[in-house]
Design a protein around this ligand. Sequence first.
Ligand code: CA
Length: 644
Amino acid sequence: MMNEINAQSNYNQYPFYNGELGLIYSKKNSSFRIWSPSAKEAQLLLYKDGENGQPFKTIDLTKDINGTWHTTLTGDWKGKFYVFRVMINSKWNNEIPDPYAKAVGINGKRAMVIDLKDTDPQGWVNDKSPAFSKYNNAVDAVIYELHVRDAGIDENSGIKHKGKFLGLAELGTHSKEGLATGLSHLKELGVTHIHLLPFFDYASVDESKPDHQYNWGYDPLNYNVPEGSYSTNPYDGITRIKELKQMIETFHKNGLRIIFDAVYNHTALTEKSNFNQLVPGYYYRHKQDGEFSNATGCNNETASEMPMMRKFMIESILYWAKEYHIDGFRFDLMGVHDIETMNIISKELHKIKPDIILYGEGWTAGDSPLPDSLRALKKNAWELNGIAVFSDDIRDGIKGSVFTAKDRGFVSGKLGMEESVKFGIVAACEHPQIDYSKDNYSKHAFAANPGNTVTYCECHDNNTLWDKLALSMPDASVEDRKAMQQLALTIVLTSQGIPFLHAGTEFLRSKNGVENSYKSGDDINAIKWSLKKENIDVTNYVKQLIKIRKEHPAFRMTTAKQVAENILFDQHVHERTIAYTINGAALKDKWETIFIAFNGSDATKEFSLPDGHWKMAFDRGAEIEPASGKIQLKKYSAAILYKD
Ligand code: CA
C-alpha cells in the first residue's frame, strides 16, 4: 500500500548520521545508538538469555542528532543480551537485535554485549595472510568454492568437528581409503583461496538443531556476526566468533587465504527484517506502486544508493576485513548494487589490503527500479575498479547453458562454441582474432584487464559439471565424460583471468542431478570423500594443472595489451577444436613459446605445430609426432606443449 512513509522520495529527506552505530563497549560503560528517524519513541531492552525470559531492564532511548537514538549505561554489561524496539505510527514495532550487532545468541534473536578482545584465539594478533604468488595479482589466485558443512559432514571425512568451522581447521584428516580430506586436501591440491559460501548469520537453519535442516545460507539475518550452526556452541556469542577466527588463522598458517561470500543484496525477512523494523522502507528499493521491488528473487532488494544503506555495507565489509582478516569478497547478485558503492568498497578495502580479491555476479534475478547504467552489471564491468565479474560466457561456452539441462558446450561436442571459449581464454579482453558477434552472451569485450574476469565452468549454483555432462550426454560412456570434465578443467586453468573451481570438481562431484540444491540436505550436498579414491587420476590431473598454472606467468597475464599481443590463435583448425600459442618469452616465462590445443569433438583430430622442436608439458590423450610437426589429439582431450 502506498502511504507517506513508503514513498521513496520521502526517504531522501531523512538525515544522514555519520558516526558509529550500535554498541560501543568498555568495562566502564556501554553506549547504544540506533538510527531511526521516523520513530516517535525508542527503547533498549536487556535480557539475561539469548531467547527466553522477560527483559530485566528496559531503557527509554533519548532522541539525539541526525535521526539517532541513544543511551549510555555505566558499569560492565558483558554477557547480557539486548534488543531494540521503536514506536512508529503510534505502534511499537517488533523487538529486533541491533543491526550492527557483532555478537548474538541462539538463532540471532538477540544481540550480545561482548568484549571483542575475548574472541581472539591464541596468536591472533600475529595472524598474517600468506603470500599467494610473487606479485599477489588477482590472476595469480586459484579460487576454490566450498560450503563449511559440505566439507566435513560425510562420515568418511575423517573430520572430528563435522560441519563446523573447527572441522575445517583440522589438519592431517583422511578418508578410510587413506587419502587426505578437508584442509589437508585443499593444501595438497594447491589452490590459493578458499571461498566459503555464506558464514555470516543466516536465518534458515535452526541453530539448536543444525542437523535437521540444510541451507547454503544466502538468507542474511545478522550481517556482522558468524553463523551459529557452524559453531560448537551457538548459544554463546563468543564461541562462533572465536572458532571462525581459529579456522581463518589455521588457513593462513597453511598457506590458504579466505574469501567471504557477501550477500547484501537482500534480507531474509522483508517487513520484519532488522532494517525494516527500525526504519520502515528506507533500506529497500520500491516499485512505483510503493511495493518492495524484487531484483533478487528473494522478495526484496536493498538500496545501496541510499546513504545509510551504503554506509552500512561499507562498514560491515570493512569490519569483516579488519576483525576477521578476510582476504577477499564475493558479491552475490552484485548487479543489484550501484557502481558507486562498489567502487567505494573496493577503494577502502584495497587501502587496508592491497592484494585483496573482489568479484561478483554481474547480474540480477529480476528487474530493478535503479537504471542498468548505474548498477554493477557485467556489461558495466569496465566501470568497476579492482572488482572482477563472473564470465558466464566461458562457463556456458564450455559445457552448455545452465538453464537448459540438455544443452551441450564445447567440451561435449556442440558445434559453434569455439568463439565463446576463445572469448574466455582471453578473459573477455579485447583481442584482434576474436569474432565477438559469435560469443554466446556478451558480443563485446567486457573486461578492461584479465583481473576483471572470473574464469569458471561450474559453481554451487546449477548442476555440477559432472551431472551436467551426464544430463546433456546421456549416451556417452563414463570414460568419455571423464575426458570432457578434464578438458573443461584444462580450459579453465590455462585461460587468462582468475580461475575458480567448485569444490569436488577434481573428483567428479555429483549432486545426483539436483539442479538447485540450496536446501537439499547432506545426502545431495556433502562432499563424498570416497570419490577421491575412485577418481584419483582426475584429482592428480587437476593438481598438476594448478601447479603448471602457478609456475607459469604466461597463464596469468595482467593487462589486456599483453593478452592481445601474446596470444595467437591458429585460425585454420578443424571445427570443434581450438589451438593457440602464447609468447612466453615476452612474459618472462621460462617456456619461450607455449602451444595449447583442445579437441572438443568425438573423433581424433590432427593439429599442426608451429616450427621448432616441441616438448610435451601435459596431455590427456595426445600423441606427438615431432618429425612431422603434427600432433594427434584423441576425442575430448587437451595438450600443452612448449619450446624452451
Ligand atoms: Ca543463523
